[in-house]
Design a protein around this ligand. Structure first.
Ligand code: TRH
Length: 381
């Protein structure tokens, strides 16, 4: 049955908050035909992922999602039957008051960050009764096991990816639309999306002096283009293609959501970060190297290791060690990354086979929007 949903998104930094909230909103609307209102405090960041967003408009409708600029003071609006706060964002006081006063109390969900750590299984779905209000907030965790909320996977995604990847001309055509010039020798295509990383220079050196030709495609985002400019000793800008030994680097503009998916499908290995690009790279069925969102207490290293434990569990020893080593070196920003890259290249064939099996496994593990809708339906009764 059609339900109303309010999703609240505050853009803390980067693109992950709005990336996940927009993906959720769009999927609820397009795949489950739900009535969705998305409140976003930073429409300019949103418009980078979704160029149809007009950052100057307070209200607009895109892909049947009602998008509202979340400003203070917050307007007096009737609450939806299901209220999602993205990543623990604080809801407006007058909106909470309206939830508490509603005849049928909304289901209130805190959509949490993804983690492969085992404690998530025990915390997913836990209720948190609000001491001074007749409301219960529930913790909803995306994750990799049946005991979690699963992953955001659009209907038809796997088919669209396979159509692209098994079409022999699709990659070349797509890369041309990005302005990536073809080369005589077909290189290993990489995409690079990462945080500031002290290991980048050593990695670039390994790429330029390695045995195989590498073409690294870098969407403009954060510090990476600036870091590469320093490493290469030139001012790299979107649209430029630069060669260094066996390495070619193409800087491209930040892509919209769906184009970015295609880039991940097109590349042989994807360097990704944070949360949403990390999941999309897994669903791209290609080997990935993930940089977890850097936390001051080094919690990102625990998160990274927990994911690797799951990701490599069915692999042979050599491939397992190669994937663990490059993830550890990249996340610890170690100068040993060049050696780890060479090991990964040697283990590439089984890593490629594994990436497709893993993508199928996580897709079978359950879809977050379906689980969320069922979870909320049960609590609305
Ligand atoms: O931008 P991020 O670093 O976001 C992070 C994480 O979500 C982290 O958990 C959170 O705490 C922090 O933000 C505040 O990385 P992430 O999660 O991969 O989000 C990037 C989004 O940008 C994702 O939806 C993919 C999208 N994207 C494009 O649409 N086009 C592009 O060209 C690129 C590079 C990314």
């Amino acid at each position: 049955m059609k339900k109303t949903w309010d999703i609240f998104c505050a853009v803390v930094d980067n693109y992950g908050d709005i990336g996940v909230c927009w993906r959720l909103a769009r999927q609820l609307s397009c795949d489950l035909d739900q009535s969705v209102r998305l409140w976003v405090d930073d429409l300019a960041s949103f418009s980078r992922l979704c160029p149809a967003v007009n950052a100057g408009l307070d209200r607009q409708c895109i892909e049947s999602v009602a998008i509202r600029h979340w400003q203070s003071p917050f307007p007096e609006v009737g609450p939806a039957s299901i209220v999602i706060e993205g990543f623990g964002v604080k809801l407006p006081a007058n909106y909470i008051a309206a939830m508490a006063a509603a005849t049928t109390r909304p289901v209130w969900i805190n959509l949490e960050h993804i983690s492969a750590e085992s404690w998530v299984d025990g915390c997913h779905g836990l209720p948190s009764p609000q001491p001074t209000l007749p409301l219960i907030k529930y913790f909803f965790f995306p994750g990799f096991t049946l005991a979690t909320g699963g992953l955001l996977i659009e209907r038809g995604l796997t088919q669209a990816r396979d159509d692209f990847q098994f079409d022999k001309d699709a990659r070349a055509t797509f890369l041309q639309t990005l302005g990536v010039a073809p080369q005589d020798e077909i290189p290993l295509y990489l995409s690079l999306f990462c945080y500031d990383n002290a290991a980048l220079q050593a990695l670039v050196e390994a790429w330029s002096s390695g045995d195989c030709a590498v073409h690294c495609i870098v969407p403009e985002s954060g510090a990476v283009i600036a870091s590469l400019s320093t490493i290469l000793g030139i001012e790299l800008r979107p649209g430029m293609q630069v060669g260094r030994g066996r390495l070619t680097i193409s800087a491209i503009p930040f892509l919209d959501f769906d184009q970015y998916d295609r880039l991940l499908w097109a590349c042989d290995i994807n360097f990704v970060r944070g949360e949403d690009s990390f999941v999309r790279a897994q669903l791209a069925a290609r080997p990935l190297v993930w940089q977890a969102y850097v936390q001051s207490d080094a919690a990102h290293l625990t998160k990274q290791a927990a994911f690797l434990d799951r990701y490599v569990e069915r692999l042979d020893g050599t491939t397992m060690r190669a994937l663990r080593a490059i993830h550890a070196a990249w996340n610890e920003q170690s100068q040993d990354i060049g050696r780890c890259w060479d090991e990964l290249i040697k283990a590439r064939a089984p890593a490629v086979v594994h990436a497709r099996l893993w993508a199928a496994r996580i897709a079978d593990g359950g879809n977050l929007v379906n689980r969320l809708a069922e979870f909320c339906q049960d609590r609305l009764k």
